[in-house]
Design a protein around this ligand. Structure first.
Ligand SMILES: Cc1ncc(COP(=O)(O)O)c(C=O)c1O
Length: 445
């Protein structure tokens, strides 16, 4: 089976439309009226409510509930998305809401500057409630990289001050500190996480050992992109705060994958990208600034309001915004809330657990992700002895139309593939993937 869309066909989407397509779009245009889009969203939510009434959470580890839910995504036929890490899909209601908001810009730009920006505070409140904090602590950014830059750039640090990073940070979490080092002479120390990390104690202990009187902050991925580790941020905060050290979490994949409460977690600064697992469009991010830090962290971008004290809004004075993206973020929260974030995390971890257990039966597998569900989530990374990870990516795409990705670095022994198990993936898809890996492991290509 090969359902892969030829590359030139994908590119055609952006090259323009034929006359026949143009007529088709004109006709379909009426279906894109705001009322029609609202109706479509209401139907999706009605369907999820009915499913929730029919299947209580503990009754639906697999099967009908999730199968029905997956229909609210818009994948091409046969396309199986098992790489949420980079960019995930928008469910239908989010896409509809995005269209609605952009339609306003096309038809009535006045509303874009006079009415739509007011919706931002509604979305901020939704995001805050979703993450278990107050809206005063939430900054709507463009992505995780921006939040990590706001963190590194905004802290007053001088030559000789130390920052601890893990040895598996994403460039978006490393380079803000490299820039800081180049400009101010700070010291960056790297702490090994292990592949896989073994326990909460091992991770926290490694950072504790590295702390010196000069250490000002730990900057660590909560969702480690190379290994799939979910770092124990709460325990790291408990340890670090006793020593007067801040904790900055890069949770690029966290929102929409994990059922989180930032206040319980105790983190100081936290950046996340809702277009990976939450279903928001690309170009909108979330940054959290703990109350106590809001007047200590310098804003990186300044326009009117940067000097207002006592609110994270001072980090969000970025001129005219792409508000449709922000409004769609609010819809993405509504969509997940309708299902329940606890239920979502449970489903994601159930599938990842199954995948890891079954991979363990294949000879030559090295799992890079911990088995412990507290230390792992929807990202599973592994390598197979004698099998080139690029071959694995190509093989499962060609044979099953499953999208995964290579990850890590051969020189550092972290090279392998990474697989995401979000709620639109089924156990059947995982079995297909396992069949493919088993085949390659036996042939060693
Ligand atoms: C752990 C981690 N941090 C940061 C980023 C960068 O995210 P963004 O491009 O949304 O800024 C990624 C991207 O995948 C990531 O995996």
């Amino acid at each position: 089976m090969n359902n892969r869309v030829p590359e030139n066909e994908e590119k055609d989407v952006f090259r323009g439309v034929s006359r026949r397509d143009f007529v088709r779009y004109l006709v379909a245009g009426s279906a894109l009226s705001i009322t029609a889009l609202n109706r479509m969203n209401a139907a999706v939510y009605q369907s999820i409510t009915s499913l929730n009434q029919k299947y209580i959470e503990d009754e639906s580890p697999d099967g009908v509930y999730w199968e029905a839910l997956s229909k609210h995504f818009m994948f091409q036929d046969g396309f199986i998305m098992m790489n949420n890490g980079t960019v995930g899909p928008m469910p239908k209601p989010v896409f509809n809401t995005l269209l609605k908001a952009f339609k306003v810009q096309a038809t009535n730009p006045y509303d874009v500057y006079s009415f739509i920006p007011r919706k931002r505070s509604e979305v901020r409140a939704k995001v805050a409630a979703f993450l278990g904090t107050s809206e005063d602590n939430i900054v709507l950014t463009r992505n995780t990289t921006e939040g990590m830059n706001f963190s590194a750039n905004g802290l007053d640090l001088k030559e000789g001050d130390e920052i601890l990073l893990s040895d598996m940070e994403h460039p978006g979490g490393t380079h803000p500190w490299n820039l800081k080092r180049a400009r101010y002479g700070i010291t960056i120390k790297t702490v090994p996480l292990g592949l896989p990390s073994k326990s909460v104690e091992q991770v926290v202990g490694a950072f504790e050992k590295a702390i010196t009187p000069k250490t000002k902050a730990i900057s660590i991925s909560q969702t480690v992109f190379i290994s799939g580790l979910i770092a124990p941020i709460k325990e790291l905060c408990e340890m670090a705060h006793k020593k007067g050290v801040l904790v900055i979490a890069d949770s690029a994949h966290g929102i929409g994958m994990l059922d989180m409460n930032l206040e319980t977690m105790g983190v100081d600064l936290f950046a996340t990208s809702p277009y990976k697992w939450l279903g928001a469009p690309c170009g909108v991010g979330v940054f959290y600034v703990k109350k106590e830090l809001q007047d200590k962290l310098w804003p990186t971008i300044a326009s009117s309001g940067w000097d207002r004290e006592g609110t994270a809004a001072r980090f969000e004075t970025l001129g005219q915004r792409a508000d449709p993206l922000i409004i769609a973020l609010g819809e993405a929260i509504d969509f997940q809330n309708r299902i329940g974030k606890h239920r979502i995390e449970k489903r994601i971890k159930t599938m990842a657990g199954y995948l890891k257990r079954e991979l363990g039966r294949i000879p030559g597998i090295k799992l890079h992700t911990p088995m412990d569900p507290y230390l792992s989530g929807g990202l599973t990374a592994f390598s197979v002895e004698g099998v080139d990870p690029r071959k694995m990516v190509d093989y499962v795409r060609e044979k099953y139309n499953i999208v995964i990705r290579t990850i890590g670095n051969p020189q550092r022994g972290t090279y392998g593939v990474r697989v995401s198990t979000h709620i639109f993936v089924s156990m059947k898809h995982i079995d297909m993937f396992l069949e493919g890996v088993g085949h390659l492991a036996r042939r060693k290509v």
